[in-house]
Structure formats: structure tokens, C-alpha cells
Design a protein around this ligand. Structure first.
Ligand SMILES: CC(C)(COP(=O)(O)OP(=O)(O)OC[C@H]1O[C@@H](n2cnc3c(N)ncnc32)[C@H](O)[C@@H]1OP(=O)(O)O)[C@@H](O)C(=O)NCCC(=O)NCCS
Length: 165
């Protein structure tokens, strides 16, 4: 189940996000629970004051009640959304990531009018690429790679939202 992410999730999410396996290819764990609480508080604003983009964040709650990770999207005025996701490694390879991301894509399409989904990942991140391919993302064309990639070792994956499913 996806729940809108709130500051009150920070303590439990700090435990989930402390897992070093998540950061094999990029980023690092949050430095403290306080730091994460402050970040979640800022994200509750759902975007910058000028309204130029929307930041949408959900925690992933398992049927037994524990949190497994998060999914997030940045929606641009052009109704293109960048998506990202992280789960604790105890929960990998059980279909949780793909069902959580699929639920987010449905929400973005139906409630926010998003027509194109983008993900920017390290090209070596085979787990993330596999999840995206299972959801019918494909590598972007040369123009999209040039437009959306920040670093040369990144890969831009794209899915038009009209695909459904
Ligand atoms: C990427 C991540 C969210 C995948 O979550 P997950 O719950 O394990 O994914 P799923 O079990 O739903 O698998 C989705 C698809 O990817 C494939 N896949 C997932 N992990 C894989 C692996 N290690 N090797 C090969 N295929 C893999 C699955 O086979 C599945 O495809 P299928 O349904 O067509 O068989 C998880 O590995 C993770 O949190 N990684 C660390 C954070 C990260 O890298 N985030 C992305 C940053 S861009």
C-alpha cells in the first residue's frame, strides 16, 4: 500500500534506509533520523513556492504493517514525471517494487495528468533497469539521454503513460 510520506514516518524509514545494500550504485544512507525528519518535513510542502514542479512522495507499507521503502515522483509543468524508488534489501525480488511503482504510475496518470514517465539511473544498476523494463520502460533516444542525463554513467529510461498496465 502507498501512503503519502509524512515527517512522522521518518523514524521508521531511517531504519529501512540505513541498509547499505540500497546504495551499491549511488547515494548513501541518511546521516541521522533527525536529518531525515527535516527532509520529510520539507517534502510535505509538495514542491517549491513558485509551483514550478510537484514533489510527490509515498512510503510503501507491507500488509503486515511494516514500512518497506518509498516511491517518489517529480512532476514538471510539461506533465512529464521523473520517478524513483528504494526498498530495503530484505524485501527485494518479491514483486513489491514493481507493484509499488505501478501503483504510483497509475496515480500520476489518473490524478496528475502525466503523459510521460522518466527514470534516470546508473547504467550499472541492473536491478533498477530490470524493474523498469518489467513496467515497459525502454531506453530513451539520443535526444532524451542528452536532455535528462546529469552524468555520463547514467541511463535515461522512458515510458509513455498511455501504455497502461
Ligand atoms: C530496484 C528495486 C526497487 C527493485 O525492487 P524489487 O521489489 O526487488 O523488484 P521486483 O521484485 O518487483 O522485480 C521487478 C522486476 O525486476 C526483476 N529484478 C529485480 N531484481 C532483479 C535482480 N537482482 N536481477 C534480475 N532481475 C531482477 C524481476 O525479475 C522483476 O521482473 P519480472 O516481474 O518481469 O520477473 C530494489 O532492488 C532496490 O530498492 N534497489 C536499491 C535502490 C535502487 O537502486 N533504486 C533505484 C535507483 S534509480
Amino acid at each position: 500500500m502507498l501512503e503519502p510520506q509524512l515527517q512522522t514516518h521518518a523514524a521508521e524509514m531511517f531504519e529501512v534506509l540505513a541498509d547499505p545494500a540500497i546504495y551499491e550504485f549511488e547515494n548513501e544512507p541518511p546521516p541521522s533520523a533527525q536529518w531525515l525528519a527535516e527532509r520529510f518535513r520539507r517534502l510535505e510542502s509538495r514542491g517549491p513556492d513558485d509551483g514550478s514542479e510537484q514533489w510527490l512522495n509515498w512510503v510503501v507499507r507491507l500488509p503486515a504493517g511494516a514500512l518497506a521503502g518509498y516511491v517518489q515522483a517529480t512532476v514538471l509543468p510539461s506533465e512529464v514525471a521523473f520517478v524513483a524508488y528504494e526498498l530495503g534489501s530484505a524485501h527485494w525480488r518479491q514483486g513489491i517494487g514493481s507493484s509499488a511503482v505501478r501503483a504510483m504510475l497509475d496515480e500520476l496518470r489518473e490524478q496528475h495528468g502525466v503523459h510521460t514517465f522518466l527514470a534516470v539511473l546508473k547504467a550499472r544498476n541492473f536491478r533498477s533497469e530490470a524493474l523498469l523494463r518489467s513496467l515497459r520502460f525502454e531506453p530513451g533516444d539520443a535526444q532524451q539521454q542528452a536532455q535528462y542525463r546529469d552524468e555520463p554513467d547514467e541511463l535515461v529510461m522512458v515510458r509513455p503513460s498511455a501504455f497502461g498496465g
